[in-house]
Ligand binder design. Structure first.
Ligand code: HEM
Length: 137
């Protein structure tokens, strides 16, 4: 069980590396004015999203579900956590939609909007880790 939990945490960190860095790239991409710079951002964003973030998300959910269903770990804290994870998955797909907008040069949002957008996973991280570790209910 501890091995599964270790991998769950490793892939959660991998996922969050992308959840924090991709919207940061969007901030700078929204400010980029030269075509070569924009093309470079597109490559970085695509590789981060498909090569790191999405595999990290899938494997976090796989190992989390293994802990949950395979070892029968449950509780109200876990149900609250699953709701927040569902919100995080929706945020992940929203990132994919924004990535697609940038890819086709049709982004309409400002760098300030992306700076706020970038803060959202921080809130989820605090709440989910507190629920999983402290288990307040
Ligand atoms: C479908 C998604 C997920 C499921 C089903 C799931 C389920 C679980 C379960 C059953 C445990 C074991 C708890 C225990 O041993 O007492 C666990 C541990 C943990 N999970 Fe998740 N999890 C998911 C996603 C996440 C995410 C997205 C994060 C981070 C934001 C996260 C962070 C953690 C941490 C830090 C632990 C270690 C808690 C500890 O042992 O003290 N999990 N998870």
């Amino acid at each position: 069980m501890l091995w599964i939990k270790a991998f769950h945490i490793i892939f959660m960190v991998t996922w969050f590396a992308g959840l924090f860095y991709l919207p940061r790239l969007f901030v700078y991409h929204a400010l980029a004015e030269d075509a070569a710079g924009r093309e470079r951002f597109k490559v970085m964003e695509r590789k981060l999203y498909y090569g790191i973030m999405t595999p990290g998300a899938v494997l976090t959910v796989v190992f989390g579900s293994w802990l949950w269903l395979g070892y029968g770990i449950t509780g109200a804290w876990l149900h609250a956590k699953l709701v927040l994870v569902a919100v995080l998955v929706a945020y992940h797909f929203w990132c994919g939609k924004l990535l697609d907008d940038f890819k086709h040069d049709r982004n309409t949002k400002s760098h300030v909007w992306y700076r706020w957008f970038n803060e959202f996973p921080v809130v989820i991280l605090f709440l989910v880790v507190i629920l999983a570790v402290v288990k307040p209910f």
